[in-house]
Design a protein around this ligand. Structure first.
Ligand SMILES: [Zn+2]
Length: 72
């Protein structure tokens, strides 16, 4: 009789790599909100001119994720 394999824990891994992946979505939402607020609330810059910031932020996050691998 082999010992039963314990089920995979539903708790998220707390390593830096996993935390980095979990904050990607919220950071993108915050970035989008700030860019839209710049246009609609503060009338500073048109979203048509600032949208590439989203790509830059996403790229920076992806590079940071690359350097923070999953280490349970
Ligand atoms: Zn992890």
């Amino acid at each position: 009789m082999s010992t039963p394999v314990p089920p995979v824990s539903p708790r998220p891994c707390g390593c830096l790599g996993c935390r980095m992946r979990h904050v990607t979505g919220p950071i993108m939402l915050i970035t989008l909100g700030v860019l839209l607020a710049l246009q609609t609330v503060w009338h500073r810059a048109s979203f048509g001119h600032t949208w590439p910031v989203i790509l830059i932020v996403l790229g920076v996050l992806k590079v940071m994720q690359y350097f923070t691998p999953h280490r349970p």
